[in-house]
Design a binder for this molecule. Structure first.
Ligand SMILES: [Zn+2]
Length: 243
């Protein structure tokens, strides 16, 4: 019936149940504490007088849920191994990530049409991630590319699985789907297309200091990974081997 919200496909009930249980038990109350001795006061930390502090442990959680609105088709497409964009029927601009309405002022918010896009593109720009939010720490160090999909006029962020020293602007990449997909941008990653060499004048390689600085920073990240997670540098490098 029009105006009614109906569930067409349900992959959320387990998490809703898990969350209800969490909320029912009042799981955000204090669960434990520690008494620690640590520096207090001014001066050098090793010369500072100590004091006793009480540290409490209180789990905290949030179940965040929101709608992808009229771009839902794009995210559902990722689950179904389809890569979609939208096209303006007036000015023919192709959007990936999709836009529901064209942003060209001449088109006066014309509604776009869905199209399937090829699983390839090129690197528009990139960042080498040497540190990150908690959820991505074990993936470090990784390359986050801003990739322009073939046929699209816009670009979207995609992880590029390659050695950080080998990425360059203009690099051709192929889009791959991860085995486990959840309906977000982490469902895909990019692999550099075969047969490309890193140009000597690429932004990382044109200036020797850039590459020296990057290699030094990478060493710091390897050290962090080893200390925090016991991940070895050799195992990190294995991730970048051609798949
Ligand atoms: Zn348009």
């Amino acid at each position: 019936m029009a105006g009614e919200v109906r569930v067409i496909e349900d992959k959320a009930t387990p998490i809703k149940k898990e969350w209800e249980e969490y909320a029912r038990k009042g799981n955000w109350t204090v669960k434990g504490y520690e008494i620690v001795r640590a520096p207090s006061g001014p001066g050098k930390i090793e010369e500072s007088p100590e004091a006793e502090y009480m540290v409490i442990y209180r789990p905290h959680g949030v179940l965040y849920h929101h709608s992808y609105g009229l771009v839902s088709k794009f995210f559902k497409g990722l689950i179904d191994r389809k890569f979609l964009g939208t096209k303006c029927p007036k000015c023919k601009t192709v959007y990936c990530p999709p836009r529901v309405h064209c942003w060209n002022p001449a088109c006066r918010v014309a509604e776009t049409k869905w199209i399937e896009l090829p699983l390839k593109g090129k690197v528009h720009t990139f960042s080498v991630m040497l540190f990150s939010a908690e959820a991505f720490l074990e993936m470090l160090p990784f390359v986050l590319g801003y990739v322009q999909i073939e046929g699209a006029d816009t670009a979207l962020p995609v992880q590029i699985v390659t050695a950080p020293t080998d990425v360059f602007v203009g690099q051709k990449v192929n889009i791959r789907f991860r085995e486990e997909r959840k309906g977000d941008l982490m469902d895909i990653y990019a692999l550099p297309a075969k047969g490309q060499t890193v140009p000597e004048d690429s932004c990382l390689h044109a200036n020797k200091k850039n590459i020296q600085d990057l290699n030094r920073d990478l060493e710091n990240t390897y050290e962090f990974l080893n200390k925090r997670f016991g991940i070895k540098k050799a195992d990190v490098k294995k991730r970048w081997k051609a798949k």
